[in-house]
Design a protein around this ligand. Structure first.
Ligand code: ADP
Ligand code: MG
Length: 681
């Protein structure tokens, strides 16, 4: 391995550009893998083109014209009987005008884009041919992730040199039986410079054995990283809590219902963890309405009873408020003080809360991200509960370590209502143990879901109004295409005004993210008290809002929302014994994806099935949120494609950590050079 500057042709300017791609050494170059390939040896029918990719096309010139405009240009319409592509040229020269004559047969190579005339190519390479012109015999050409000023040609040249001069020194880090018969050097050669007979389809799908070999190695490296982090955290001391006798019992007797078997099982898993002297790292998954809050409250009892503080963090103000109210209701009767902390809270209230937290007179602290700002110091923090994990990044979770007391780190309980398919959980949260609440409290009737085009909105509105007049409670959720709480708020306000005007006798409320916390809370409380029958809302009510008596949910422009968001929203109803109903209003025409999403919503209420479908449709990046994928940062692996390798990668990572620590470390360096390092113990 050498610094890139040592390579022929790489000066300091190029080295600076390479640095932008995180390429510092020849090894980095070798592992800078193609994102795609160009195939200049196969003619592609014009009805099979994807925008953004480069193709070799062949066809007959149907027309030539010189469109008016500031710059002189030429447009050639090429036709192969299956499709048409317009070729545009802004630099005109004699050979080009000679070739561009109606009736000529041309072979062209270039990237397909969408222009004013449909599919177009700008300045393709162009060749005049006859029936006998042979096809070029060239191999696939790699296309790399690049950066401004660094051309594909340059990158290819650098990689070529690196392959020639430095691929021999690359150490093999995987046991041979997991290499698919490809030595590392061979695999890299194949991927960077595929041979003439290479299978383009396999390579562009990432399913070629040479690629799979690298993918497996990368997955192993990720597992090594997660296992290392976990081991590091587990050797830090944590307070040990025995089972709560008093608080848990008091809490449970005050409840109007009994715990489900699943809640009991998961609670036991948590209390077993809390007895250890090492920090618990547990993810509790449970579909919306499964009763995660109670499980969290029971966990809190164990810490509280031994005099430790408990913090509960939620991703939105409205959800945090709900927890605050719940926990106050449950814990104040036990003589405990529950503090509230949010980003919006300022001045005296804030100072008082921080003081109580620091002195320990607040035993429970509920809030948003604000909980983990530097200014917040805990007296004796023993347990941290995070609701709706997928909105927080791994870094934020790790930041909690520093909030522990007396050289200890708090236990962590993470709750998510987005059921994460097992394989995905394993790679995103490989450092967490998981528990699943796989049972809903009894007496719930399944939600009936219908999809209705927006032009029947009036009809829906009338029906909702008459249902509300009969005393049922309904949500009406407004969404806009932009992910903007401001615009959503405006839409909700407009809808509120409209419905209020149309149905003056109905009790209607409005909540959105731009309202003051107190106002929001007041409206939610009125809705909860059944003083309001119809609640107009934005997606702020997506998570956690719990009003068991509400049984109708209307979502406008449902086609704009992803599956997990729709499932979350729908989960606001179906929480009581009443039969519940959900209407998804959509705007025509629906994209294929949109149709698919709405169909799934109609057909199932099962969060796990919905999550699997979501993973299929959107991929893990969006499912987990950008933060998480940023953390995952795979170079060659794609979880939705390669998840079948995860179990084995996990196993191999364990073996390597145990028997070959040097290799384990080298794997981390090779695949995750940016990630923080933890000592493996
Ligand atoms: P989630 O898992 O979505 O956070 P919650 O904790 O908000 O669900 O619980 C949903 C509703 O179910 C709440 O009204 C809660 O009081 C109620 N609940 C929780 N556990 C039970 C149970 N074992 N039996 C009946 N109702 C329950
Ligand atoms: Mg919840």
């Amino acid at each position: 391995m050498a610094a890139v500057q040592q390579l022929q042709g790489v000066g300091s300017a190029s080295a600076a550009l390479l640095e932008k791609l995180n390429i510092f050494t020849t090894d980095d170059l070798l592992f800078h893998l193609p994102r795609d390939y160009e195939d200049r040896s196969t003619i592609i029918p014009m009805n099979q083109l994807e925008v953004g990719r480069s193709y070799l096309l062949e066809g007959t010139v149907k027309s030539v014209d010189f469109p008016p405009g500031k710059r002189k240009s030429m447009a050639i319409l090429l036709d192969d009987e299956l499709g048409k592509v317009t070729l545009r040229f802004y630099h005109l020269y004699k050979a080009l005008t000679d070739r561009g004559k109606v009736g000529n047969r041309l072979r062209v190579f270039g990237e397909v884009r969408v222009g004013a005339r449909g599919l177009e190519m700008y300045h393709p390479e162009i060749q005049l041919i006859t029936e006998h012109t042979p096809l070029p015999q060239t191999q696939l050409t790699a296309i790399y992730p690049a950066t401004d000023g660094l051309t594909q040609t340059k990158l290819r040249e650098y990689v070529k040199h690196a392959l020639k001069q430095h691929s021999d020194d690359l150490p093999e880090l995987l046991p041979q039986k997991f290499t698919n018969g490809y030595a590392l050097k061979q695999a890299l050669h194949y991927i960077h410079e595929p041979p003439l007979d290479a299978n383009m389809l396999q390579l562009s799908q990432g399913s070629h054995p040479a690629q799979q070999r690298l993918i497996f190695e990368e997955l192993v490296a990720h597992q090594v990283s997660l296992l290392t982090r976990r081991a590091y955290i587990q050797q830090i001391a944590a307070p040990s809590f025995t089972n709560s006798k008093t608080f848990a019992k008091q809490l449970l007797t005050a409840l109007p219902f009994k715990m489900t078997a699943a809640q009991k099982r998961v609670s036991k898993e948590i209390s077993d963890d809390l007895k250890q002297h090492k920090p618990m790292l547990r993810l509790v998954q449970g579909d919306v309405g499964a009763g995660k809050t109670l499980v969290a409250a029971l966990a809190a009892c164990h810490a509280l009873e031994e005099g430790w503080q408990v913090a509960l963090m939620a991703p939105t103000e409205i959800l945090a408020e709900q927890h605050y109210l719940n926990f106050k209701r449950w814990f104040e009767p036990l003589g405990l003080n529950v503090a509230w902390l949010s980003g919006k809270q300022k001045g005296k209230a804030r100072a008082l809360a921080e003081q109580q937290i620091q002195q320990g007179s607040a035993q429970l602290v509920i809030g948003t991200h604000a909980l983990f700002q530097d200014s917040v110091a805990f007296h004796k923090l023993g347990l941290v509960i995070i609701d709706e994990q997928h909105r927080f990044g791994v870094d934020q979770r790790l930041a909690l370590r520093n909030k522990g007391a007396q050289q200890t780190t708090p236990h962590q309980l993470v709750m998510t209502a987005t059921p994460i398919p097992r394989t995905l959980a394993m790679s995103a949260y490989g450092d967490l143990d998981t528990s699943v609440i796989d049972e809903l409290p009894p007496g719930r009737t399944p939600i009936q879901t219908v999809t209705i085009p927006l032009d029947r909105r009036e009809e829906v509105l009338q029906r909702i109004a008459s249902n509300c007049a009969e005393g049922k409670q309904a949500y009406w959720v407004c969404t806009l295409v932009e992910q903007s709480e401001t615009l959503d708020a405006q839409a909700a306000e407009a809808t509120y005004a409209e419905i209020k005007h149309r149905f003056p006798t109905l009790n209607i409320g409005l909540v959105h993210g731009k309202m003051k916390a107190d106002d929001k809370q007041a409206v939610m409380q009125q809705f909860k008290n059944n003083e309001l029958q119809l609640l107009i809302a934005t997606t702020v009510i997506e998570v956690g809002v719990d009003v068991p008596n509400a049984s109708i949910m209307v979502i406008e422009n449902a086609e704009r929302l992803g599956l997990s968001q729709l499932h979350q929203l729908r989960g606001r109803v179906g929480r009581g014994a009443k039969a519940s109903f959900c209407a998804l209003l959509y705007k025509n025409p629906l994209s294929q994806n949109g149709q698919e999403r709405l169909r799934i919503m109609r057909e199932t209420n099962d969060g796990f099935i919905i999550a699997e479908k979501d993973l299929e449709i959107r991929g893990p990046g969006e499912l987990l949120g950008t933060k998480q994928t940023g953390d995952m940062g795979f170079r060659v692996a794609k979880l939705e494609r390669d998840d079948h390798l995860l179990n084995q990668a996990h196993y191999v990572a364990q073996q390597i950590l145990k028997d070959y620590p040097v290799q384990a470390n080298a794997l981390l360096k090779r695949w995750l050079p940016e990630a923080p390092r933890y000592a493996y113990v």
